[in-house]
Write a protein that binds this ligand. Structure first.
Ligand code: ATP
Length: 444
């Protein structure tokens, strides 16, 4: 197992992920992203948009609001169904999600006189009570039912209540999709496992609307597409798994669900879910809003509610998987090295330019020139502090795939060396060929 504590510490030290509001004692289940974390996160989101939206026909990207009316979540079923069972220990006051407790996540549960005991202190447990996971707030100064609003627990509802807006403005025919990336909030009972279960997170969701009879076919299609996307990102196949939900485990809106699991340091867990949500959402929003959200099929000359296939993944959960998947340690010339072996297209910093020696004006001047020229086209940094070996290690630790070194030969023949992060091998190329070389290597 990779050392999670060590990875988390590197991520903090090197500006990827910070525990939020730490100077005030921290905020459980909430994280901030530092400069490198944001670069990586944006790359992941852009790759998703590229693959899910722009490489296809008829998929439209929207951005809906985070604040939602009570009515929306009555219609979606979240007010009625979106809760977990909470159990508390009367002695140590630890709170548990009932399903996690009895699945053995905290160790084996023992019993006294038929009653389950706290696995941490053997204390008595309370009865299970339901706990809605949505964050509630009030709009305006008066706290009353009419002003009640919710932070969205998923981005999906924005795609459903905007169904008609997209249909009328873009005029697509089935099948078509509405996609969105954005924040979602869940008041998780026990946020834990770093970025895996947090209270404020980002989702990338697609609602793909289809003819009802074609739903099973499209469901299979999206399960395969999404699974293959992770292989394309560079994940090892043995670290991914599909979990097919048995009927009794399906959510209230779902006809079929497959989760894609990733091999996290604490075991295989859900990374993405793909669900056939049927026509539940469009029907419910039609019913609760009074607005008809059905679709008129011109070929068939009939009106119906499309079915919808939904692939949904959390950006933070995916980022966590990326950190675990690509972190590595090895030895270079007898010295230990920490390295993130991100595929080049994912690397937060794509290229670093370094003068071999920082006290030679002509080398520094040339290196700065190269750096300035590359900065327009690539995410590029410049580093001239410390020995060249130390500078390479620093870039390895943040996953920079290419280091360009300006040396004395550069001044003679306008070539430089490109060092590959994984092999540490260097090859010499002409400066005018650098951009094409990098572009080729950074392709997704
Ligand atoms: P879980 O069973 O783990 O609570 P879920 O099945 O409720 O998750 P979905 O409602 O299917 O999750 O949400 C879709 C995706 O959003 C998940 O696959 C996950 O990647 C992400 N996600 C959900 N909850 C969280 C969370 N608390 N923190 C981070 N990501 C989350």
């Amino acid at each position: 197992m990779k050392d999670l504590e060590k990875i988390i510490s590197i991520l903090k030290q090197r500006g990827f992920v910070f525990p939020s509001q730490e100077i005030y004692g921290g905020f459980k289940g909430v994280y901030d992203y530092g400069p490198l974390g944001v670069l990586l996160k944006n790359k992941i989101k852009n790759l998703w948009i590229k693959d899910v939206v722009f490489r296809r026909e008829n998929i439209f990207l929207i951005e809906s609001s985070i604040l939602g009316l009570r009515k929306v979540y009555e219609a979606s079923g979240h007010l009625e169904h979106f809760h977990d069972l909470l159990i508390e220990c009367r002695s140590c006051h630890q709170r548990f999600r009932a399903d996690h407790l009895f699945e053995g996540e905290y160790g084996e549960v023992s019993y006294r006189e038929g009653k389950a005991l706290c696995p941490l202190c053997q204390g008595e447990l309370t009865e299970a009570r339901t706990f809605n996971l949505m964050f509630k707030t009030y709009i305006g100064p008066v706290e009353e039912l009419a002003s009640e609003a919710y932070l969205r627990p998923e981005t999906a509802q924005g795609m459903f209540y905007n169904f008609k807006n997209v249909l009328n403005s873009m005029r697509p025919k089935l099948p078509f999709g509405i996609a969105q990336i954005g924040k979602a909030f869940r008041n998780e009972i026990t946020p834990k496992n770093f970025l895996f279960r947090i209270r404020e997170f980002e989702q990338m969701e697609l609602e793909f609307f289809v003819k009802p009879e074609e739903a099973p076919k499209w469901f299979e299609y999206w399960v395969e597409e999404r699974f293959n996307w992770y292989l394309k990102l560079g994940f090892k196949k043995e670290n991914l798994k599909k979990y097919v939900y048995p009927k009794e485990e399906l959510a209230h809106y779902s006809d079929a669900t497959v989760d894609i699991y990733y091999n996290y340091p604490f075991g295989f867990k859900e990374l993405e879910g793909i669900a056939n949500r049927t026509n539940y959402d469009l029907k419910r929003h039609s019913e609760y809003s009074g607005e008809d959200l059905s679709y008129f099929d011109e070929e068939k000359k009939e009106r119906y509610y499309p079915y919808v296939i939904e692939p949904s993944v959390g950006v933070d959960r995916l980022l966590f998987a990326v950190f675990v998947e690509f972190y590595d340690e090895d030895e270079i010339d007898g010295e230990k090295r920490n390295v993130f072996r991100f595929p080049p297209f994912l690397a937060p910093i794509e290229v670093c330019v370094l003068p071999l020696l920082s006290n030679r004006e002509n080398l520094v001047k040339k290196a700065e020139e190269v750096y300035k020229d590359l900065k327009d086209d690539f995410i590029c940094v410049y580093d001239d502090s410390g020995s060249i070996g130390k500078r390479y290690r620093r870039q390895d630790e943040i996953g920079t795939p290419f280091c360009l070194t300006i040396d004395f030969q550069t001044l003679e023949d306008n070539t430089l060396t490109i060092r590959d992060r994984d092999t540490t091998k260097q090859e010499r190329i002409k400066i005018e060929e650098v951009k094409d070389y990098l572009r080729e290597k950074l392709k997704f």
